[in-house]
Design a protein around this ligand. Structure first.
Ligand code: C2E
Ligand code: CA
Ligand code: CA
Ligand code: CA
Length: 271
């Protein structure tokens, strides 16, 4: 028994060591990626199904590695959010977005660019100052920046967060609630944060056509809650025309999903 438990303890120690080493190298790779500006945007169009026109997009982060490979967010964002690295990465992302918009100049109708933020972005006014200088400089032309925050992550001080958000609202930057219906914050965020738009999560959109499913009741509840609260609605993860038709019947016309387009690299989105 002694030998077995010794072996077991050694094995566990080894695993912990491996895990620490792995996560240390993840950290240094991300830090390096920040220096090298490797966190780049893909743009997923958001379409008004009534006109079929693109009215804006969501900015989705990808990690463009030195070897040319592209890493999807689920492989590094949870780590980056957990370790407090996401704020610096968002800064890099925004630099690329601003460059892309600059190149686009006046070629397109007015679009919004919806950027994902985390509660930490509201802890101080760094992001606000950055975006204020961008807005003041006029480099956005006819376009505008919008923010989205997920219901998944808790905001510890709603009053302080609202104070910061009001500064954004004053310069024409609104806030959308992401992953609506999946987290805990929903009602209190809507009541306290001055949210403009609810984004219905794919999880609920997936239930369309399966009306016996419990979540199918949830999507109707989310839609009617948003409508009664005077919020705009964007449905996300919409993959087929049956879903578009259902949403349309329920008064939801702003659609983001593969039915119209996957997230696109700048070159394709700004063609
Ligand atoms: P999210 O914010 O909910 O973004 C929507 C995700 O759904 C995107 O995945 C998008 O590609 C995917 N999607 C959109 N339409 C469809 C569809 O019709 N079918 C399917 N199967 N998927 C669809 P992506 O780009 O892999 O991003 C995953 C998550 O990573 C995002 O979920 C968000 O939570 C996080 N993320 C991405 N970029 C950023 C960022 O810049 N900052 C932060 N904090 N998180 C980010
Ligand atoms: Ca989002
Ligand atoms: Ca979302
Ligand atoms: Ca989601």
């Amino acid at each position: 028994i002694v030998i077995v438990s010794l072996l077991f303890a050694t094995w566990i120690t080894y695993l912990v060591y491996r895990w620490q080493k792995m996560s240390a190298s993840m950290r240094s790779q991300i830090m390096n990626g920040i220096k090298q500006l490797e966190f780049i945007p893909f743009y997923q169009p958001i379409v008004d199904s009534r006109t079929q026109k693109v009215i804006g997009c969501e900015v989705l982060m990808r990690w463009q590695r030195q070897d040319g490979s592209l890493m999807p967010p689920n492989q590094f964002i949870p780590y980056a959010e957990d370790k407090g690295l996401i704020v610096e990465m968002t800064k890099v992302l925004l630099q690329h977005v601003l460059n892309d918009i600059e190149k686009l100049a006046g070629k397109r109708e007015a679009l919004f660019f919806s950027v994902n933020i985390v509660p930490e972005h509201l802890d101080n006014d760094n992001l606000y100052q950055l975006l204020k200088s961008v807005v003041d400089s006029g480099q956005l032309k006819q376009h505008r920046i919008s923010l989205e925050i997920t219901e998944r992550l808790p905001i510890s001080d709603l009053v302080a967060a609202r104070k910061m958000l009001d500064k954004f609202y004053a310069i024409g930057i609104d806030l959308k609630l992401d992953d609506a219906g999946t987290g805990y914050g929903g009602f209190s965020y809507v009541q306290n944060l001055g949210i403009s738009t609810l984004k219905i999560d794919k999880m609920f959109v997936d239930t369309i056509g399966h009306e016996d499913n419990f979540n199918a009741k949830t999507i109707e509840a989310i839609i009617s809650f948003a409508q009664k609260s005077g919020l705009s609605i964007i449905a996300e993860g919409v993959e087929d025309n049956k879903q578009v038709a259902y949403l349309s019947q329920h008064g939801v016309h702003l659609i983001q999903g593969y039915v119209y387009s996957k997230p696109l690299p700048a070159k394709q989105f700004f063609h």
